[in-house]
Design a protein around this ligand. Structure first.
Ligand SMILES: NC(=O)c1ccc[n+]([C@@H]2O[C@H](COP(=O)([O-])OP(=O)(O)OC[C@H]3O[C@@H](n4cnc5c(N)ncnc54)[C@H](OP(=O)(O)O)[C@@H]3O)[C@@H](O)[C@H]2O)c1
Length: 289
């Protein structure tokens, strides 16, 4: 028996159509479209591709994306000044700095320079703190996309054991906070694993929902998955055989109850959630809703 495929691409397309309506309404109210500033420092090819994808998705939704490029060697003050100007610009609703940054920049300092009210990635310490306290402002995009996907396919989290592989600030940790929270889309029992975790197989086999976000091609094999479990593959790994996830999809799909493909699973939703956050920011933030 093969697993249900959790089609993130199709869901993203539906959500984009809804977003386009909300953006059109906001455009009438504000007299301008919701606006996202995307800061791209340097010439990392993957970053350039991601930024293009975000620009294209924004365009489809009627959101104005303003791209600001900095040279690979641009000194840190130049980036910080750019961000200060965007913070002060009333025509900019959301700011995204594409990561990773060239090595001369201090990522934490750069993120802290973004106005928390425009921090549509949800990485500013104020927004991370709010998330951990259960009163989020902007939910980080990838975890938000995962939660939306689970909701769409009516996969409950309450009382379920969710095992997350990876403790990154952008996926593992915020996803754990969100699923641990009280409420309809939370109430899970969460285990977060990392490279020092012992007897990983024994833990992953307990998962009702297994999330892989480690950046290791096809790491999660069929014997690590309990029959019928939901498997969410966040990994994006470029290999000789093309783009592959952190899950050995061809084998795991015969054991799992539901599974995300790579590409076409979590990735498209991450971009959509960035636009969801931008529209929220343009409305005056979640507090105004
Ligand atoms: N689909 C999307 O939209 C999206 C968004 C973001 C990231 N990604 C992809 O997701 C993957 C993870 O990225 P990330 O930024 O979240 O994580 P990351 O910063 O690359 O960190 C990797 C995490 O995985 C853990 N890890 C590595 N090898 C492991 C192993 N053998 N067993 C258990 N844990 C292991 C690391 O443990 P330690 O902490 O102990 O080192 C770390 O916590 C990458 O492929 C990335 O490209 C996709």
């Amino acid at each position: 028996m093969s697993a249900t495929i959790l089609d993130g691409k199709a869901l993203a397309a539906r959500l984009e159509a809804e977003l386009a309506e909300r953006a059109a309404h906001l455009t009438r109210v504000l007299g301008r479209p919701p606006a996202l500033a995307v800061v791209l420092a340097g010439d990392n090819p993957a970053s350039i591709a991601y930024v293009r994808g975000k620009e294209r998705a924004a365009k489809r939704c009627g959101i104005a994306a303003r791209l600001l490029k900095l040279e690979q060697a641009a000194p840190p003050p130049q980036l910080l000044e750019q961000l200060a100007a965007l913070n002060a610009d009333p025509l900019v609703d959301g700011i995204l700095v594409q990561l990773p940054l060239p090595p001369q920049h201090e990522t934490a300092q750069v993120i802290e320079t973004i106005d928390p009210l425009k921090d549509v990635d949800g990485f500013h310490p104020c927004n991370v703190g709010r998330l951990v306290q259960g009163r989020p402002r902007f939910l980080p995009c990838t975890p938000q996309g995962i939660r939306r996907l689970l909701h769409e396919y009516q996969i409950p989290t309450a009382g379920r054991h969710v095992v997350i592989l990876g403790r990154s600030e952008i996926v593992g940790k915020p996803l754990a906070s969100m699923l641990l929270d009280r409420g309809a889309h939370g109430d899970a029992t969460v285990t977060v694993c990392h490279s020092r975790t012992q007897d990983l197989h024994a833990i992953t086999r307990q998962a009702d929902i297994l999330v892989a976000a480690i950046g290791q091609p096809r790491f999660v094999r069929a014997e690590m998955v309990r029959r019928g479990a939901t498997v969410i593959d966040v990994g994006i790994n470029r290999t000789d055989q093309g783009l592959v996830g952190d899950v050995d999809y061809d084998n795991v799909c015969h054991v799992a109850g539901a599974i995300t493909p790579v590409p076409g699973g979590v990735g498209p939703l991450t971009v959509t959630m960035l636009l969801v956050n931008t529209v929220r920011a343009a409305r005056g933030g979640p507090e105004a809703e």
